[in-house]
Write a protein that binds this ligand. Sequence first.
Ligand code: MIC
Ligand code: SF4
Length: 755
Amino acid sequence: MAFDIEMIQKVYATMAERVDKARELVGRPLTLSEKILYSHLWEGTPSKAFTRGKDYVDFAPDRVACQDATAQMALLQFMHAGKNKAAVPTTVHCDHLIQAKVGAKTDLQVANSQSKEVFDFLSSVSNKYGIGFWKPGSGIIHQIVLENYAFPGGMMIGTDSHTVNAGGLGMLAIGVGGADAVDVMAGMAWELKFPKLIGVKLTGKLNGWTAPKDVILKVADILTVKGGTGAIVEYFGEGAESMSCTGKGTICNMGAEIGATTSTFGYDDSMRRYLNATGRADVVLAADKVASYLTADAEVYANPADYFDQLIEINLSELEPHINGPFTPDRGTPVSQMKAEAEANGWPLKVEWGLIGSCTNSSYEDMSRAASIVEQAVAHGITPKAEFGINPGSEQIRYTIERDGIIATFEKMGTKVFTNACGPCIGQWDREGADKQEKNTIVHSFNRNFSKRADGNPNTHAFVTSPEMVAALAISGRLDFNPITDTLLADNGQEVKLLPPVGDELPTKGFEVEDAGFQAPAEDGSGVQVLVSPTSERLQLLDPFQPWDGKNITGAKLLIKAFGKCTTDHISMAGPWLRFRGHLDNISNNMLIGAENAFNGKANSVKNQLTGAYEEVPKVQRAYKAAGIPSIVVGDHNYGEGSSREHAAMEPRHLGVKAVLVKSFARIHETNLKKQGMLALTFANEADYDKVQENDTINFLDLVDFAPGKPLTLEFVHADGSKDIIIANHTYNASQIEWFVAGSALNLIAAAGRA
Ligand code: MIC
Ligand code: SF4
């Protein structure tokens, strides 16, 4: 039986009525995305039609998922909300805090002892508040959600940007900051701007070396890292139907990389097969009764241009395998052009490592198709030229692929099998020699490849590709190897051409697992004690942020003008810093250390305007804080791209930064800033970015009149006394302005809890 089947049945029970009403109000056939949105309104049955990309709407998500690196802050905040129990089914997953070094068994033991305090905290908070707890080693949050909780037509939020993975099962699953999760767990509405809709029509069929991953690598190349901002991507067409459910998950997963709010697919046979294989025949039974509501109305897919804000068409029969990177997931190169591209750009051609896994590509199908390539190499006596590592997505997958001999196949090539966890994908990789910072190339099946992400080395060129291509490239040891046309040299000197990958979508003998790693919460958690040591360096109870004093901010210093790509990895790095995710003051020491200072081209070196010295960003900001001087951060396009980690917003808030003024924001980060009581502003005129100078002092002239739709006026006073007036736009609505006034959204919830 599926977890929370009653909740799922309840969602389906009201679906028809709500969707029919929405269709009537909107006055035309509906996309799947609209059906799910309108059937999850906080108000219940819809009473009006909303304008896409404009209206803020209150929703009622069905469930919440958190992972260990973000759950700490989410639950520390939830503890202030004054509730006894999470209001909707919620789970916590331990996956980010496990380092990949020697192999699964030892690495897990090390993590369990090194992060014991954090795991114990998460386990006891979960137990107290009725939250399902998935222990370290159980798997990566998004695989576990897909295997156990996702259901067609549902809506969930998760404190991780790749929550969107559950779109593979026809959900609207959306990544958020912890403060948003707290809203839903506290039984309140969750607000989202009604998204725009991008339709992707998939014709033809994947074949040969192409995989679902290539669809999203292509889409990322077309839309770029910000092309999906504020939109839901809905995939459809014969190509979608012919693809596995976990393959659909891969495509939705990497929708985070184009900034999309989420991505989804209509309910089909691949989902039925997957639900049945993962022990959820009851969900199939329930979903089948409302099947027509779990996909778009027929007219929509027949004439998509009339219903989507943007339409993309991809013919899968013609799609080539892609390799995206380095340093950004939207730089796509078809495999046939890699040689020329790599040579022209000076990318190291030798592949040092091939890594298969992450929440994006760690399904049974992924592992079995990649293993089919390894098998061929073994059979031909080819020694792999690069090192190889895999991290299975869940214990259920690991157990099953071990039973089916897939792990044994990988091991024949000397592959390291890491824990069922994020590992190298989030810099939890103790890679030998990375500290030498040599220029090198790695290929992986993950989703992100920002600078330093995997091993901390800024000179590692990481490329994203499908698991089967990772296998081929790692075996050949070359980035420019094209398995479709090129041959490999066997150890006996024979030339060998690899055959295209084959594999099972689902295990023919079914999934199996001994201990999946789940811990159910206590029925009544009121007696459970949650302890946080005051001397802990890993956990720190939160102090509420101060409310706004009602005055214009004046005399603020420019902390940094960030140049170019500034992702959440640049603002609050992961890897070694993950250990401080539950301790706001300690983690604040990584604030913006990866951002490039526009004035000197350096990272973590900004001018302290009080002394004139160039120092680390956190140090300078602490100096301003100690002197009681406010500050602001200026940034470029798509600021805060990537992760949902709210630390990237809480750290500046904690250290006294008042505003972040940029050319444009990534969605989750903008909301996180608002929720934590910061000012998230954009240049009304982008060119004004160039007017900002290193020694600037900034005065807000009309913050006292802060109101929805009304831009703010900022005065930039330069060192020579001259001034520039810069107009800043914002997207705060009335209730979001209240968060700013109260000091944070949590302050409002806590006040309501006390009232
Ligand atoms: C990531 O892939 O960057 C992460 C680590 O999963 C993050 C969450 C985090 O920073 O903890 C994400 O994608 O949201
Ligand atoms: Fe973990 Fe990587 Fe997936 Fe983020 S993208 S959840 S770090 S596996």
